[in-house]
Design a protein around this ligand. Sequence first.
Ligand code: WT7
Length: 655
Amino acid sequence: MTVNNIDNLLHETRRFPPSDEFAEQAVATRELYDAARADREGFWADQAKTLLHWHKPFTQTLDWSNPPFAKWFDDGELNVAYNCLDRHVEAGNGDRIALHWEGEPGDDKSFTYAELTAEVKKAANLLTALGVKQGDRVAIYLPLIPEAVIAMLAVARIGAVHSVVFGGFSAESLRSRIDDAEAVLVITADGGYRKGKAFPLKPTVDKALENDADGNPSTVKNVLVVERTKGDVDWQHGRDLWWHDEIAQVDAEHVAKPFPAENPLFILYTSGTTGKPKGILHTSGGYLTQVAYTHKNVFDLKPETDVYWSTADVGWITGHSYVVYGPLANGATEVIYEGTPDTPHPGRWWEIIQKYKVSILYAAPTAIRTFMKLGRQIPQQFDLSSLRLLGSVGEPINPEAWVWYRDVIGGGTTPVVDTWWQTETGAIMISAMPGVTTLKPGSAQVPVPGVSIDIVDERFRTTEPDQGGLLVVTQPWPSMLRGIWGDDERFVETYWSKFGPTTYFAGDGARYDKDGDIWLMGRVDDVMNVSGHRLSTAEIESSLVSHPMVAEAAVVGASDETTGQAVVAFVITRASQADAAAHEDAANVLRAHVAAQIGAIARPRQIFIVAELPKTRSGKIMRRLLRDVAEGREIGDTTTLADTMVMQTISKSMR
Ligand code: WT7
C-alpha cells in the first residue's frame, strides 16, 4: 500500500459525474455493458469483427478447453501491421497524421498514415532480406524515435516476434533477454537523447553481444543501427549494418500476408518474484482486439479530430498497447516524445501539448506528483485548452493528485480515467468509462465491459466492502498473456495455481467500497512499483550479492511521495566497514553497481549498511520490518524473529 494514505481518502469525497456535454458525444455507452453482460464471448467476437480487418474471418471465438492455455479467434487470420497501417490508407485516410514525433533537443518529424505505411513496408523488406522469418525473435533496443515504432510494426508485418528492451537497461539485462528469446537480430541506435545529453546505446549492445563468461556467443546474427546522435561507434563488419544504408536498398512495395490469430506478436520481459525476469508472451488477434477496443472506449477516441499522447516509452507494455498497437489500429493521430519531462525546462510536456493541441493525455501518477510539487504556475504558462480527457496508469493515483490533474491540467472539466492493468493482461482491465461512469478520485472503479474481475479472500470467497483481498480475473480475456516464453510451468505456477487453472491471480491487493468500486492497494508479492515500473526485490538482491563487498542483502519497496515506491536496500558487507564515511562510500559503490547491472531504474534510493538482517526462525527475511525502518515508522510485531534484538541493532546503526 503506497500512496492511498488515509488522509487523502478521508479528505476527498467528491464525485464527478460525466457532464451532459461529454456524455452526449461519448464513444462508450451503457449499452456496451449490457451487451457484454448478455453474451460475453459474442461481445468480444463483435469487437474483433468491427475493430479489425480479418483476411480470413474466424468461426470460433474462444477455445478454453485446456486452461490456462487460451486460444482466441483461433481459425481467423490477420496481419497486425496491415490493421495498423495499410487499411487506413485504403480507407482514404492516408493523409491523416499517424505520428507527431518530438525529439528531446527540439527536432521533430510527422508521418501520415501513408508515409508510415511506406516506411514499415521498406523495413519489412529489410528484415526479410536479413533472413528474419515468421516466428523469429528480434530484439529492439532503441530510444523513442520513429524507427522504434517502424521496427515493431515491421517485425509484426512479417509474422516475427519482437522483444523490446527498454533503452535504460544494462548490457547484462539486454543479453539475458536476447539469450532467453534466442533473438537473431538486434535493432538499436548509436544513441538517444535524455536529460539534455546524448546517451550511447550501441556500445551497450556491443558489450551485450560479447561471448559470455562461459565463452558462449550470442544468438544474434546482425545488428541494425539507426543513426540518431551521430556519436562514435565501433563497428563489427559483417554483423553491424546502418539502418539508413540498408533501407535505401530495399523494395518499397510489400504486401502484408495474413498470419493465424494466435501467431506470437511479442515477448516483453517483466519482473517477477524471483531474480529472473519473465518473458510475457502476447499473440495477435485477441491482443489487437482488446487494445483497440479499450483505446477507443476508455479514451473516447475520435480518430478524425483527436490528438492523443501517451507519454510511455515503447520499452514498457503501455508503449506497446497504447503507443503502438491500440492507437494505430484505431487510426488515431498521436504524439511521441523522446526525452524527459524536464528537458530543457520543466514545462516541456505542457509545451508539447500546446504545440500539437493534444486532446487526450495518458500519463503516470509519478509524473503528476512531480509536477504538483513543482507547482501549477508551470503548466499555467501554456495553453492546455485542447485537452478533453486525461488518463492515469501504472500505480494507484492518490485522490489529491487525481484532483490536481483534473483541475490544473484538465482545466477543471476533463474526466480522469484511472486504468488498472498489467504487462500480463496486455490491455486495460479496470477503468471508468468516461461519459458513463461517475468518477471517484483514487479508485480504478469497474472492470471494462467484457472483463470479469473479483476480489477474493484466501478461500476464494468474494470479499465484503472494505475488507481487502486478492484481485483475480475470473474469465479469460482476449489480450491475456499466452505464456511465459519457454517456461509453461512458471506460467501455470505464477498466475494459475493459487485458485485453480481458470482463475488468473494478478498479484495485487484490492478492496471493494460500498458502491462496488475497486480500489487497488499495491502488490501482495515481492514486486515493487517504482514510478509505475515493476522491479523485483529478488533481482536487485541478487545483483547486490554479486558484488564482492556484499555478504547479504535485503531489498524493500518503501513508500515514496513522488515515485510511489522507492528501492531501499539493507546490506551486510564482508569487510568490517567501521566508520560512517566508509559506509557512505560502500553505499555509493553498490548503488552504481546495481544501476550498471540492471539499469538506472533499479538503482536503490538508499542503501543501509547493517550488521544483521531480521529473520524468522526458518531463515526468511522479514521485509515487513525493514519497510517499517525504511519508512521511518514504529517497528511492528517482532515476535516471530529468531533474534528479537536485531531490529534495535539495525535502527541504531542507521542513526
Ligand atoms: C502492476 C503492473 C499497466 C501498465 C504499466 C504497469 C500496478 C498498474 C495501476 C493502477 C494501481 C496499478 C499494479 C500492477 N498498476 N496500473 N491504475 N492502479 N496499480 O505495468 O509493469 O506490468 O505493472 O502495476 O500493481 O500489478 P506492469
